[in-house]
Ligand binder design. Structure first.
Ligand SMILES: [Zn+2]
Length: 70
């Protein structure tokens, strides 16, 4: 998948059953987290690569060391 600038693609809502307790789950792009038992699948099972930190336009600036020299 080509990486570019601009908004990230809208994730698709996908459904599965919890592998631990069987609850019907909705997730995004194949990534699930069960609110009943706490199960979640591995991030690599997602349908798309996860965005990197630099892809987040709202990312906070790097923390500044208050003891550092100005
Ligand atoms: Zn569960």
């Amino acid at each position: 998948m080509a990486r570019g600038f601009g908004p990230a693609p809208t994730p698709d809502i996908t459904y599965t059953q919890c592998k631990r307790c069987g609850t019907e789950l909705a997730g995004l792009d194949g990534r699930y987290s069960c609110g009943v038992c706490g199960w979640s699948n591995h991030w690599s099972e997602g349908h798309r690569p996860l965005p990197a930190a630099e892809d987040d336009p709202d990312a906070p600036p790097s923390p500044v060391n208050p003891l550092g020299e100005q």
